[in-house]
Design a protein around this ligand. Structure first.
Ligand code: GDP
Ligand code: IMO
Ligand code: MG
Length: 425
């Protein structure tokens, strides 16, 4: 058996949570491999709408194993809130959610360091979600982090040592007032640590590899998107982990030759939340129309998302880096009312047209567009690909020809049911 990977090809919020939930019946194990509560993955089914931050999107299906892998950074406080809100729906996760001993913990002071660092950067800020992601990964690579497995021995001392260092930086480097916020975060954080002790904290690399050896199927759920990858994204306006397919290997302990399908998920247009370059951004009424139709406001922070047309230069780059084997197109219904739809096929930089994704996006980039006819049809009630309007078929064919990849799912609404599985011949 192999691990199939589902990951975002754009700047996050492509709809990963919805599709992992849709695909979960085909899998035995659902795992997260990177990121942390900066993620907000939305699921809608029956009359439930739920946003997950750290917990894999398989938890609403019965008899599945859900795994928080070693590459994830876990905030016990946020974790407790998530577990409590899921418990209200009558679901007890203590038996089917496993946490890696090696997953790093986001400390309350990491969150404060994130806030202090962003405030100090002023206009040059990243626009982080302020969940402490950057400082936690920095301590991980700096070999100074605390891991989930640490909570069982001499933990108070380890916590006090790390926190003392962080307080020193907050005071001396940033002159940051932290006492009140720290007291508040610490309360929920230590409650979260106690709750974590009820869960199975194990060597999840064995769990995943043993599961495969027993013939069980595994899906890895990405967070953020390729354009936010620490190496290949629009640095420095990125997150602090490898969001790409290779991140599933390091973030779960799975060998590269055990990766199976790679589902690349993208919106039929583009969004970005936070700062940083965005070549096809529309700061006009068309961008506003996309934001209104797509309800483009952050699932984690509520911030309005920046909107623009689909960018094939970036998408093809993401396909290459990730080894995508099939594409999933989301939020197709958001384009229902447009007379024409633009797709960026190249960039014009200093008068030169290129289809290569530049390393420096911080320069004047003029998108080169092709314009395709809109379908002007309500897609949200469609249940089969036979009902696709002709213009939507043309849009799909155009993208498949450009990317040389099949689009295997077309999503036409936020609900689990609004998902069209496409038969490709
Ligand atoms: P994720 O972070 O990749 O899981 O995506 P988010 O949950 O942050 O953002 C996707 C948003 O779009 C959520 O509010 C979803 O409920 C919604 N959504 C997902 N698929 C569709 C779709 O096909 N159409 C529409 N209109 N909304 C969708
Ligand atoms: P999901 O998994 C969209 C963005 C932030 C910011 C940058 C760095 O829901 O797709 P961080 O808090 O990671 O230090 O922020 O990355 N960002 C996301 N944007 N979706 C996400 O996750 C994101 N997680 C982080 O807005 O620009
Ligand atoms: Mg999201």
């Amino acid at each position: 058996m192999k691990v199939d990977v589902l990951l975002g090809l754009q700047w996050g919020d492509e709809g990963k949570g919805k599709i992992v939930d849709v695909l979960t019946p085909n899998y035995d194990v659902i795992s997260r491999f990177q990121g942390g509560p900066n993620a907000g993955h939305t699921l809608e089914f029956n009359n439930i709408k739920h946003v997950l931050h750290t917990i894999p999107s398989g938890i609403f299906r019965e008899n599945k194993l859900n795994v928080i892998g070693n590459g994830v950074v876990l905030d016990p406080g946020t974790f407790k809130k998530e577990i409590d809100s899921i418990a209200k729906l009558g679901i007890d996760l203590t038996q089917n959610l496993y946490i890696s001993k090696k997953a790093h913990l986001i400390l309350p002071t990491h969150r404060l360091l994130d806030a202090a660092s962003e405030a100090a950067k002023g206009k040059a800020k990243i626009g982080s979600t302020l969940k402490g992601i950057g400082p936690t990964y920095r301590d991980k690579t700096g070999r100074d982090g605390l891991r989930a497995g640490d909570i069982f021995s001499n933990f108070e001392q380890k916590y006090a040592d790390r926190t003392a260092k962080h307080k020193d930086i907050l005071e001396k480097q940033y002159g940051f007032e932290y006492a009140e916020a720290l007291a508040e975060y610490e309360k929920e954080w230590f409650e979260g640590i106690e709750l974590m002790k009820k869960f199975k904290i194990v060597d999840t690399e064995y769990l995943i590899n043993d599961s495969m050896a027993e013939g069980k199927s595994v899906i890895a759920e990405g967070a953020q998107g390729t354009m936010l990858d620490i190496d290949f994204g629009s640095y420095p306006f990125v997150t602090s982990s490898n969001t790409i397919c290779a991140g599933a290997c390091t973030g779960l302990g799975v060998a590269p030759n055990r990766i199976g399908k790679v589902f690349g998920i993208f919106k039929a247009y583009c969004t970005r939340v936070g700062m940083g370059p965005f070549p096809t951004e529309l700061e006009d009424e068309v961008g506003q129309q996309l934001r209104d139709a797509g309800h483009e406001y952050g699932s984690t922070t509520g911030r309005p998302r920046r909107c623009g047309w689909l960018d094939l230069v970036a998408l093809k780059y993401s396909n290459m880096i990730n080894g995508v084997t099939e594409l999933i197109m989301m939020k197709t219904d958001v384009l229902d009312d447009f007379d024409t739809i633009k797709v960026c096929v190249a960039y014009k930089i200093n008068g030169e047209v290129t289809t290569q994704f530049p390393d420096n996006l911080d320069q004047e980039i003029e998108p080169v567009y092709v314009e395709l006819p809109g379908w002007k049809t309500d897609l949200t009630k469609i249940t089969h690909q036979n009902e696709f309007p002709e213009e939507l078929n043309s849009y799909i064919n155009f993208l498949e020809e450009e990317t040389k990849l099949p689009i295997s799912i077309v999503s036409v609404g936020p609900n689990r049911a609004q998902t069209i599985i496409v038969e490709n011949d």
